[in-house]
Design a protein around this ligand. Structure first.
Ligand code: TXA
Ligand code: MG
Length: 311
């Protein structure tokens, strides 16, 4: 397959991208969190192709992306809690896992589960694309399975450029880590920390979320997800010989995620920094401690996966 064309996120680019998606093709597109690799969620063939291109070890369920809450209600059953969270945080970096409506997305997109993850992204290019497609778009992060999520079109191009149909480029993603996933089948629970702070979700619900159940509720949460090609060492005060160093706040490094200690800025830079340090040829990446609050939770979650033993 030739290198995927890169379209600017203008009216013409979005129209071409939508046409490819409606025809069963694969298009990487920007969201406020990370770049997603989209396929028409109603087209089982397109979704199967997407799994193949990602090289996912199993059929993990995919998030259905839609333009607005009305479209989300056609994909999933909303109860009062879901309405409340959607009203407070959509469009935005929140995914809700709800009971699926039969027939709304291909069963393969849900990995055969009776539930579905649904999200309304805030990025204007994603919004316009979803409106133009007029169908739910299944989109995992646009990286090969097990690798760091892409926050620029160049990241997508360097890993998947030869295997997909187009890339819609709108510059770097503002949030930089994936959406927060809240499960609302049974007790509200945190399935994945992400770009919306847990504290904001809990304030909206007026109580704590349950911890994620292990197993089928948190598929795709492989330990060694988000992995650079070299070992990652966390909570480091300094680099050891041959290592490159990712700093935070006053602990400076080859790259500093945020010299001022701002966790929002650090999240936005995280994956690009890992990509960059991975490309230096260092024998490992050491990472300074990151406070475990707000977006720091999502950052530490991704870093623990990057540091986990490779299976
Ligand atoms: O920010 C994001 O969420 C990005 C952008 C592109 O929207 N997408 C993303 O997708 O991170 P992905 O496929 O890389 O991660 C989705 C996670 C997976 O861990 C998957 O197992 C979980 O969501 N998930 C999806 N549907 C689910 C369901 N029905 N039940 C439980 N977990 C689900
Ligand atoms: Mg992913």
């Amino acid at each position: 397959m030739p290198e995927a064309p890169v379209f600017a996120a203008d009216a013409a680019g979005i129209a071409r991208a939508a046409e490819i998606l409606r025809g069963g093709g694969l298009v990487a597109f920007p969201t406020e969190t990370v770049y997603g690799l989209g396929a028409d969620a109603t087209d089982a063939q397109a979704v199967a192709h997407l799994f193949e291109v990602k090289g996912r070890p199993s059929f993990n369920p995919l998030i259905a992306h839609v333009a607005d809450i009305a479209a989300a209600r056609r994909v999933a059953r909303f109860d009062a809690t879901a309405e409340r969270l959607a009203d407070a945080f959509w469009p935005g970096p929140l995914t809700l896992v709800l009971a699926a409506r039969e027939g709304a997305v291909a069963p393969l997109a849900r990995a055969g589960l009776p539930t579905v993850g649904v999200r309304v992204p805030e990025h204007p290019a994603a919004q316009r694309l979803l409106e133009a497609v007029g169908r739910p778009v299944a989109a995992p992060s646009a990286n090969p399975s097990g690798r760091v999520s892409p926050t620029t079109a160049a990241h997508v191009r360097s890993t998947l450029g030869g295997r997909i149909d187009a890339i819609l480029d709108a510059g770097p993603c503002a949030v930089g880590v994936e959406s927060t996933i809240v499960g609302l089948v049974g007790r509200p629970s945190l399935l994945r920390p992400g770009g919306l702070p847990l504290e904001a979700v809990e304030a909206c619900l007026g109580g704590p979320l349950a911890a994620a159940a292990q197993g089928i509720d948190a598929p795709g949460q492989l330990r060694s997800h988000y992995a650079p090609s070299v070992p990652v060492r966390l909570g480091a005060a300094t680099a050891r010989q041959g290592e490159t160093f990712l700093g935070f706040g006053p602990i400076d490094g080859d790259i500093n995620l945020s010299p001022s200690g701002d966790l929002v800025e650090a999240a936005a830079r995280l994956f690009a920094a890992l990509h960059e340090l991975d490309a230096t040829g260092a024998v490992g990446i050491a990472v300074a401690p990151i406070p475990d609050r707000g977006l720091g939770r999502a950052i530490n979650d991704r870093l623990r996966r990057a540091a986990a033993p490779r299976d």
